[in-house]
Design a protein around this ligand. Structure first.
Ligand SMILES: Cc1cc2nc3c(=O)[nH]c(=O)nc-3n(C[C@H](O)[C@H](O)[C@H](O)COP(=O)(O)O)c2cc1C
Length: 189
């Protein structure tokens, strides 16, 4: 299943012209019971877990903390595939979060430091001033990962690949983790 995912992602990346091939929709259960979904960027598949990163005290962070069962959904337009993943999210160790943070470009790192993601924006100029101050500081060569920025690994329990067909006879394959073993079955379109 992971092999199929990686192969599909690579095929998509090779063909794709858009800049964000790793974009996927992360769905969580809101504290009020409403599903809550937003796009994030898949960082990698690490030890059979799908890794996403962001502010730990953001809405998504709070929701994952409250309820660790999440969904991750991809649409790969070039290869016409949908991938639906359901799994359990856990926070990954700090060293891994450091590594993902280091891989971000400097501007993104600075935004993560100066912005309290999801809090009300009252004065945008305060944010841009804080950004410029940090960006222009000659003494700061390395931007340190904020304590409230981290990485989650999503361990899949159910993964469905759908290859879209114009005929609407989509090819659907469902992988399910049952008693520690992956079972596979085809689904009607
Ligand atoms: C293509 C795309 C990729 C994104 N990647 C991330 C990401 O990797 N991490 C992240 O925290 N937010 C990312 N965002 C922003 C999120 O969609 C969202 O606005 C943010 O995480 C706040 O969501 P929350 O309030 O539910 O926590 C991305 C947005 C888009 C459109």
């Amino acid at each position: 299943m992971i092999d199929r995912f990686n192969k599909g992602l690579q095929q998509e990346i090779q063909r794709r012209k858009v800049r964000l091939p790793y974009a996927c929709c992360l769905s969580t259960e809101g504290l009020d019971g409403f599903p809550n979904a937003r796009f994030v960027s898949l960082k990698e598949v690490y030890q059979e877990q799908f890794v996403v990163t962001g502010a730990l005290n953001s809405r998504k962070g709070v929701e994952i903390n409250h309820h660790d069962k999440v969904a991750l959904t991809f649409w790969w337009p070039e290869t016409a595939q949908q991938v639906r993943i359901q799994g359990v999210a856990t926070q990954l160790p700090e060293e891994m979060a450091d590594r993902y943070f280091e891989e971000r470009n400097r501007e993104s790192q600075i935004v993560s430091v100066v912005s309290r993601q999801g809090e009300m924006l009252t004065a945008p100029e305060i944010l841009t001033q804080a950004f410029d101050q940090l960006a222009d500081d000659q003494h700061i060569t390395t931007i340190k990962r904020p304590d409230d920025w981290g990485a989650y690994g999503i361990a899949p329990v159910r993964v469905e690949f759908l290859v879209f067909s114009e005929s609407r006879f989509h090819d659907r394959t469902l992988y399910e983790l049952i008693n520690g073993q992956w079972s596979v079955k085809k689904l009607q379109p």
